[in-house]
Design a protein around this ligand. Structure first.
Ligand code: PLP
Ligand code: ZN
Length: 384
């Protein structure tokens, strides 16, 4: 394939265009950046043939050149299972807990760390509610890099902290929540200068995450009508929508699905404001048991807002009790154990079930084994 991996970076606010570089925001206006790849023709999928499932199956749409040394653990290729639910459509769940470190973050990290190596970095860093640090730690180990992860002290699930420690990351605990950890890591990276920040405003990560759309397209033999995504920093919903938009631009589907972003009611700046963008304001002390989406200032909120709006979708919020009931129902009715944040998409589906038809896909973002302590909250709620 000629020209594979060719891309530019484009500011979503002012439209400035940059050549490939490790940028995390527009140097003109500070806006978020999108990666524009040269899309292949409609024949893409007929040429994939027996190529293995996973993120790198879709190399032709990733911003990584042919010669690059790919840092991979075999991410992507996750199960899409059907759920027998009583409503007028068909329901599917995409199990991102199947990824190497147990969350969708691996789809982004394989591309992010591959680019870190290509750009010549020896050190990578992130702020995290847990899964990003677990994933970064694993891919840094795989790629021979040093990882620095900044986490809210006492604010991440035990399984995730264990993973970051086990993979050998340097862990910095920060007083406060995720938003404070992010401020700290931004300063750290600025002072050090030779560390690549791999939070989700790094547009290369989102390129890996968009492959979920390509996979669902292949697994369903077309686009679904709705996609429900739990929203924290709002990178994943933006990335998945971008994937479907590309499938549309390639000419494989007529339109992208309706995107529904689900937040926890105590950490719901997007759902609180939608559809009035001028009403958006950060939540100062975000609260929810679903620690992976306990975020008050979603860094990608503008990207996600545009994605949801142009898909004809909406943001919604669910109470913690609804999240935990949905989590338990998935486990007991279907044999599927996901972490609380991931059950938010199912809780959102149950809340809006009467308004839906056609094919609905729930994104289950992370594995249930990450956060076994949640069992205490199940019993507090009297649901077990
Ligand atoms: C990171 C994460 C989210 C939130 O994704 P964003 O891209 O930050 O919106 C949701 N669920 C799980 C399990 C996560 O790890
Ligand atoms: Zn700009």
């Amino acid at each position: 394939m000629e020209g594979i991996g060719r891309h530019t970076l484009k500011c979503i606010e002012c439209g400035s265009v940059y050549e490939p570089a490790p940028l995390i925001k527009c140097s003109e206006c500070g806006g978020l950046l999108d990666i524009i790849v040269e899309l292949p023709d409609r024949g893409l999928f007929s040429r994939l043939g027996l190529r293995e499932m996973g993120v790198w199956r879709y190399r032709e749409v990733l911003p990584v050149g042919d010669g690059a040394k790919v840092v991979s653990l075999g991410e992507g290729g996750t199960r899409l299972l059907k759920l027998e639910e009583e409503f007028t459509g068909e329901l599917f769940i995409k199990l991102e807990g199947d990824n190497p470190t147990g969350s969708f973050k691996d789809r982004g990290m394989t591309v992010g760390v591959t680019k870190a190596v290509e750009f010549g970095y020896r050190k990578v860093a992130c702020a995290s509610t847990g899964n990003t640090s677990a994933s970064l730690a694993a891919y840094a180990a795989r790629g021979g890099l040093e990882a620095y992860v900044f986490i809210p002290k006492g604010g991440i699930a035990r399984g995730k902290l264990f993973q970051a420690l086990a993979y050998g990351a340097n862990i910095v605990e920060v007083e406060g929540g995720f938003d404070d950890a992010l401020e700290r890591v931004l300063k750290y990276v600025e002072v050090e200068g030779d560390v690549l920040l791999l939070n989700s405003f790094n547009p290369y990560r989102l390129e890996g995450q968009k492959t979920l759309a390509y996979e669902v397209y292949e697994q369903l033999g077309g686009a679904p009508d709705y996609v429900f995504v739990p929203v924290g920093n709002a990178g994943n919903i933006s990335a998945i929508y971008k994937g479907f938009r590309e499938l549309r631009d390639i000419g494989l589907i007529d339109s992208a699905p309706i995107m529904v972003g689900v937040q926890a009611s105590g950490a719901a700046p997007l759902a609180n404001a939608f559809p009035h963008i001028e009403r958006f304001s950060p939540v100062d002390e975000p609260r929810t048991l679903a620690s992976a989406i306990r975020i008050g200032k979603p860094v990608n909120w503008r990207k996600a807002w545009r994605a949801v709006e142009s898909s004809g979708g909406f943001f919604t919020s669910v109470e913690d009790a609804e999240i935990l009931r949905a989590q338990m129902r998935l486990a007991r009715k279907y044999g599927i154990l996901v972490e609380p944040a991931s059950a938010a998409s199912y809780a959102g589906f149950l809340k809006h079930l009467d308004e839906l038809d056609g094919r609905v896909v729930l994104v289950a973002t992370g594995h249930g084994l990450k956060d076994p302590d949640v069992i205490n909250h199940w019993s507090n709620l009297g649901i077990i």
